[in-house]
Design a protein around this ligand. Structure first.
Ligand code: PLP
Length: 439
C-alpha cells in the first residue's frame, strides 16, 4: 500500500495475522473475509467452502460450536445471538404455517410468549402439556401436523424434571424430534441427546458463559435425522433445492435439521452472534464443570437450610426429597441438581419484598446461571402477564422468590438469607402450617 493516500492506507494496512498457533481462541471480529483467489468466491457461493461473511460463518463462532457439540454429545452445534434466537431458529427449522408443536407448560415465560404470540402469527399452533411426567399426556396432544415436542430438562421456576427417555420415545414413534431446552442443567449435569432427545437448545447467556457478560444461544443436534422415517413430515429437508439441486438430506444425511437451520433459517432471519460474544462463551465453557459443581453444592445447602426455616413455606428444588420429581432428578442428575430454584416465604408478597431489599450478597436482577447469587420476585416480573390462577398452577405465589445460586462461600449466602429473613419480619408460623403454601 506504499504510495497510497493516508485514508486508503488507514483501512488497508495491517500486520500479518498468523505465525505460531495461539492457545486461546482467536477472535475473528470481522464482518467478512477476503477471497484470496478469484475462484474462491465462486467456490464459497457454490459449495459453502471457506468463509465469506460472518452472518454465514466465522472461525471463532465455529470453534465454540465445536466445543458445544462435543460436550452435549451431538453431531453439530449452531451458535446464535440469544437463547430466544436458539429456540426460534430450532422450532422454525422444524415447523411451518399449518404445523403444530406440543409444549411443556413448565417453560421459561419468554419461550411461552414466543410460541403463543409470535409463532402463532406464523401459523404454527401449539398445545401445552401440564402433566409432563405422563407420556400419555404428550401422546394425546400429538396431531398429524405435529412437528416437534418442546420442554425444559429442569424447568424454569418450579424445577420440574423431564423424563427425557419416555418423552423422546413418544416423539420418535411419530418420526418427530424432542427439543430440549437444557439451559438449567447444562451439559455438565445432563446431556439430553444421550437420553433420546434429538435437538438441544441453550441460553448461553446463563451457565455456559457464566459471568453474566454476554447474551448468546445455541442449538445442538443429534445428527440422527432419518429421511426414510421422517422425510414425509419434513419435506423441506428431503425435497430437491431450487433448480433441482440435491436436497439437504441428500447432501448431509443425518445432519439435515441443523444444516437447514444453519443454511436457511439463521442466516436469513439473521440472529448471528458477535464473534466477541462467541469468544466469551468459549472462555466460559472452559470452567463450566467447576462452576456448576460448586453452584449445585451451594444450592443444595441453601435449599436444605431454607426448607428448615420457619418463615419459609415451601422450597421447590428437585434436590430435596419432598419435591415431586426428586426420584427422577436423582436418577438423571447424579452430579448435582442445578442451582436455580424457587422458595415461598410464608408472609406473602410484602415479606418477599422486604427479604429482597434486605439481601446484600444476593443481587436483585433478572438473570440466572451467573457466578454471583441472584434473586427475583417472579409474580411481579417474569410471570406478571399470567393470571393469578396460571401463576399458582406453575408454583408462583405472591411470596415466591427465584434464586440462582452462585459460587460464593456458602456460609456467606446462608448468613445473608438469615439476616434478610429476619428483616423480612415474617410472623412466626405455627409448625402445623409451616409447610403449606399460602392460599
Ligand atoms: N431458556 C431458558 C430456560 C431461560 O431461562 C431463558 C432466559 O432466561 C431463555 C431460554 C432465553 O435466553 P436468552 O435470554 O439468552 O434469550
Amino acid at each position: 500500500m506504499a504510495g497510497k493516500g493516508f485514508t486508503t492506507r488507514q483501512v488497508h494496512e495491517r500486520g500479518r495475522v498468523g505465525g505460531s498457533s495461539p492457545r486461546a481462541t482467536p477472535i475473528y471480529l470481522t464482518a467478512g473475509f477476503s477471497f484470496d483467489e478469484y475462484g474462491d468466491a465462486a467456490a464459497h457461493f457454490g459449495s459453502g467452502e471457506g468463509y465469506a461473511y460472518t452472518r454465514i460463518g466465522n472461525p471463532t463462532v465455529e470453534a465454540v460450536e465445536g466445543a458445544l457439540a462435543a460436550l452435549e454429545g451431538g453431531s453439530q452445534a449452531l451458535l446464535l445471538a440469544s437463547g430466544q434466537a436458539a429456540t426460534s431458529v430450532a422450532l422454525l427449522s422444524l415447523a411451518a404455517a399449518g404445523d403444530h408443536i406440543v409444549v411443556s407448560n413448565h417453560i421459561y415465560e419468554g419461550s411461552r410468549g414466543l410460541i403463543l404470540d409470535n409463532l402463532s402469527r406464523f401459523g404454527i399452533d401449539a398445545d401445552f402439556v401440564d402433566d409432563i411426567g405422563d407420556p400419555a399426556a404428550w401422546e394425546a396432544a400429538i396431531r398429524p401436523t405435529t412437528k416437534a415436542l418442546f420442554a425444559e430438562s429442569i424447568s424454569n421456576a418450579a424445577n420440574r424434571i423431564l423424563d427425557i427417555a419416555a418423552v423422546s420415545a413418544v416423539a420418535r414413534s411419530h418420526g418427530i424430534p424432542l427439543v430440549v431446552d437444557n439451559t438449567f442443567a447444562t451439559p455438565y449435569l445432563l446431556r439430553p441427546i444421550e437420553h433420546g432427545a434429538d435437538v438441544v437448545v441453550h441460553s448461553a447467556s446463563k451457565f455456559l458463559s457464566g459471568q453474566g457478560a454476554v447474551i448468546g444461544g445455541a442449538i445442538i443436534d443429534s445428527g440422527r435425522f432419518d429421511p426414510a422415517v421422517s422425510g414425509e413430515k419434513f419435506p423441506h429437508l428431503v425435497a430437491p433445492g431450487r433448480n433441482g439441486a440435491p436436497s439437504i438430506a441428500d447432501r448431509v444425511g443425518g445432519d439435515a435439521r441443523i444444516a437447514y437451520a444453519r443454511e436457511s433459517v439463521s442466516p436469513r432471519l439473521g440472529p448471528t452472534p458477535s464473534p466477541l460474544n462467541a469468544f466469551l462463551i468459549g472462555q466460559g465453557i472452559e470452567t463450566l464443570s467447576l462452576r456448576v459443581e460448586r453452584q449445585s453444592a451451594n444450592a443444595l445447602a441453601v435449599a436444605r437450610w431454607l426448607a428448615a426455616h420457619p418463615a419459609v413455606a415451601s422450597v421447590d428444588y428437585a434436590g430435596l426429597p419432598g419435591h415431586p420429581d426428586h426420584a427422577l432428578a436423582a436418577e438423571l442428575l447424579p452430579d448435582g441438581f442445578g442451582s436455580v430454584f424457587t422458595f415461598t416465604v410464608a408472609g406473602g408478597a410484602g415479606d418477599a419484598r422486604r427479604l429482597v431489599e434486605s439481601l446484600d450478597v444476593f443481587t436483585h436482577m433478572t438473570h440466572l446461571g451467573d457466578v454471583r447469587s441472584l434473586v427475583l420476585h417472579p409474580a411481579s416480573t417474569s410471570h406478571v402477564q399470567l393470571t393469578e390462577q396460571e401463576r399458582r398452577a406453575l408454583g408462583v405465589h405472591p411470596g415466591t422468590l427465584r434464586v440462582s445460586i452462585g459460587i460464593e462461600d456458602v456460609d456467606d449466602l446462608l448468613e445473608d438469607l438469615d439476616r434478610a429473613l429476619a428483616a423480612g419480619a415474617a410472623p412466626v408460623i405455627p409448625a402445623s402450617v409451616a409447610w403449606q403454601v399460602p392460599a
